[in-house]
Structure formats: C-alpha cells, structure tokens
Design a protein around this ligand. Structure first.
Ligand SMILES: Cc1cc2nc3c(=O)[nH]c(=O)nc-3n(C[C@H](O)[C@H](O)[C@H](O)COP(=O)(O)OP(=O)(O)OC[C@H]3O[C@@H](n4cnc5c(N)ncnc54)[C@H](O)[C@@H]3O)c2cc1C
Length: 349
C-alpha cells in the first residue's frame, strides 16, 4: 500500500545549539493542502540509509501553523538519523516527508497553558506557545529544563516572546547545572496554582515521569494533561506496507463472526459502514473505503492514528505508545484495532 509521502526541499538549516539544528522546509504550492499542521504535531521524515534504504524518524514542529514548516533535530549520542541530518542536510537538499500528524495538540487555543519541556522536548511546546500567543487569549506558563545554559534551545526567542507578552507569558528556565534535577515537590509547586490550565509535557523519560507524577499527585485532571514521548520508529511507513491482517487475526479470540458496523467521525463528517471484516485493522478498512484516515508508523509505535471509541470495543494487536489512562479514556490506535463487538463507533476529533 503506497503512502502519501512528499519530497520537500529544505530551505534552511540553522544551528540552534552545539547539538541541535532547525530544519526549515519549503512547501511547494501543489502539496500545500497536505501540510496544514496543528500546533504540537510532528512530521515523519525518511533519512537515507545505505543499510536499510531509509530510517523513518518523527520530528516535532517548532513552527506555528502558517509559519515556514520547521523541525528541530537534536543529536542522539550514537544515533543514526539525528546525526545524519545534523551532519549532512543542507539548504537545497530534499527530504521525503509524511504530512503532519499527532494528538499532542490543544483542543482549545484560548485555554490557559501549563507547558513543561525538557531539552529538545521544547520543540512541540514552543509551537503550542507561539500559536496560543498569536491566536489565543489565555495565560501561558513554561517550565523549561536543560542540562546547562548552552543547551537551551530558543533562549532568545523565549526572552523576546516573554517581553512582547508580559501579561500572558511566563518562562521559567531550570538549569540542571545550577539547580540540580527538578524534584517532585518543585514541579508540584510550579503547577499547584494552575490546576485549571491545560498541561502539555514533553522531554526525556525521567523528566516526563517526574512531571506526570507531580501532576497526578496534585490530581490534575487527566483530560487536560497531555504528554509526547520521543522514540525512534522501528518500521517503515514510507514503502510498501502490508495491511495488518491474517497472521494477527488470531490475537482476537472473541472476534465477531460476521462483518461489523463501523460509524466513524473524521474532519466533521460521520460515515457508517456495515461490512468491516473483523480480521482487518480499522485503518486498512477505512483506506479500502477511500477514507484518508490519519497514520504514520502503522506499527503501534506513534499515536498519529489515534481515535476515540464512543461505543463498542476493539482489540489492539500492538500498542507501544498509549498508557492505561489513555485506554481508559477510550483512545485506541486505528492501525492496530480489530473489532471485538458487532458495532463500533469512534471519532478522530
Ligand atoms: C512524536 C515524536 C516526536 C519527536 N520529535 C523530536 C524532536 O522534535 N526533536 C528530536 O531531536 N527528536 C524527536 N523525536 C525523536 C526522534 O524521532 C528520534 O528518535 C531521535 O532523533 C533519535 O533517532 P536516531 O536515529 O538518531 O537514534 P537511534 O534511533 O538511537 O539510532 C539508532 C538506531 O538506528 C539504527 N541504525 C544505525 N545505523 C543505521 C543505518 N546506517 N541505517 C538505518 N538505521 C541505522 C540502529 O539499528 C538503531 O535502531 C521524536 C520522536 C517522536 C516519536
């Protein structure tokens, strides 16, 4: 199954810190329709590789919608793709890219935002902050943790934004070299007066763990707490992708014996189908119906294909990204979902 990837010219490469580069893409007029990102979303890029042909990696957008499409790539020690990008990519080169996707994005841009970033996790965070400052009306507080001063990405940009919006934006820089790692108590103190805000958390695993734990201890409402994990994809969403079917169907012992009815809402349109084969993953079924449902990795490793169950149940063959709380909220991965009830209702909103 061919994927809708696009060859995008790189218009600029900017060294942000010693080990992080901004990559700015040019969007040709004829593919502009496919690149309408929401703040906090990511691109999936195909990095050339002599070994495997390509390595697929996700990079969050730092840009706000309407600005030149920009991602930040930070070198991972001994990593393949991040170092290839930082060492090789130059303006004028092209890179194969999948359209923006992901669910780390505000439902209401007018909300007050409590933003936690660690290291390169600042990328989707600054996209959300820039957009909220431009289009929203709420207050924005940012807790940005880094190893030391030299690791801070967008130091000047944060200072400029805070100076331009003193009544709306507050940025707290936390430097491990000066203050040590933020403790649970310190993170709680930062969030305690902001329990009505919408929280977004992105950074290295220990930082995310500590921040999420602090928010949970404060009983910060789950519906307004979002997190984005940075990980490398194992699969290849760019090439021929075999539909998820057959071998995996045995995973679902309790699969309905007859075709299932699926009612699904996407981009404000609700469609109903009554011939969903219980052995076919929801994403494959929708694509066969000509529906442009979102996806990226097709391996259960990212959350680009996430939808919310409204009725019925599905079983996911693989899930490396959703947490129990996401599942409790009805979130499922379309690329991995096989139906276990006669009717399934869901929404991508
Ligand atoms: C939603 C999301 C958003 C993200 N956003 C960002 C972001 O904004 N900024 C950022 O810096 N990172 C981001 N990441 C992380 C990013 O996708 C990568 O995981 C990160 O850059 C590390 O990739 P790497 O290839 O350098 O390192 P690794 O994945 O650690 O590289 C090692 C891997 O590469 C393989 N490998 C080694 N040599 C080769 C070769 N020659 N060809 C092919 N494979 C090889 C190895 O087998 C091994 O699996 C994000 C991840 C996700 C899921």
């Amino acid at each position: 199954m061919a994927t809708d990837s696009f060859l995008l010219p790189v218009s600029d490469v900017v060294k942000e810190t010693a080990d992080a580069h901004s990559i700015v893409f040019e969007i040709p007029e004829d593919v502009r329709h496919a690149f309408q990102p929401k703040p906090g979303q990511f691109l999936t890029v195909a990095v050339p590789s002599d070994r495997d042909g390509l390595a697929a990696r996700c990079y969050s957008l730092s840009s706000a919608p309407g600005d030149p499409l920009t991602v930040i790539v930070k070198r991972t020690v001994d990593g393949y793709a991040s170092n290839w990008i930082c060492d090789n990519l130059r303006p004028g080169d092209t890179l194969r890219v999948l359209p923006p996707s992901g669910i780390f994005t505000p439902a209401d841009i007018d909300a007050d935002f409590l933003l936690f970033a660690g290291g390169s996790g600042v990328t989707p965070i600054i996209s959300i902050a820039r957009t909220a400052l431009r289009e929203g009306t709420g207050r924005i507080v940012v807790f940005y943790a880094n190893r030391d001063e030299r690791s801070v990405i967008f130091a000047e940009e944060w200072a400029r934004l805070a100076a331009e919006h003193p009544d709306r934006l507050q940025v707290v820089h936390w430097l491990e070299s000066v203050q040590g790692l933020p403790t649970g108590e310190q993170l709680k103190a930062f969030a305690a007066d902001r329990l009505t805000y919408d929280a977004f958390v992105c950074g290295p695993a220990p930082f995310m763990k500590a921040t999420i734990a602090a928010l949970k201890e404060l009983e910060f409402p789950r519906a307004r707490r979002h997190q984005e994990k940075f990980a490398s994809l194992g699969g290849n969403p760019f090439g021929e992708v075999a539909p998820v079917k057959e071998a995996e169907t045995e995973v679902v012992d309790d699969a309905p014996k007859q075709p299932v009815t699926l009612e699904i809402e996407l981009d404000g349109t609700t469609s109903t189908y009554d011939d969903w084969d219980p052995g076919t993953a929801m994403l494959d079924f929708l694509e066969a119906k000509g529906v442009k449902a979102p996806y990226s990795c097709r391996e259960g490793e990212c959350s680009a294909c996430a939808f919310r169950l409204l009725e019925g149940e599905v079983k996911m063959m693989r899930n490396d990204v959703l947490e129990q709380e996401d599942l409790d909220d009805g979130i499922r991965l379309g690329c991995q979902s096989l139906p276990t009830t006669d009717t399934v209702r869901g929404t991508y909103s």
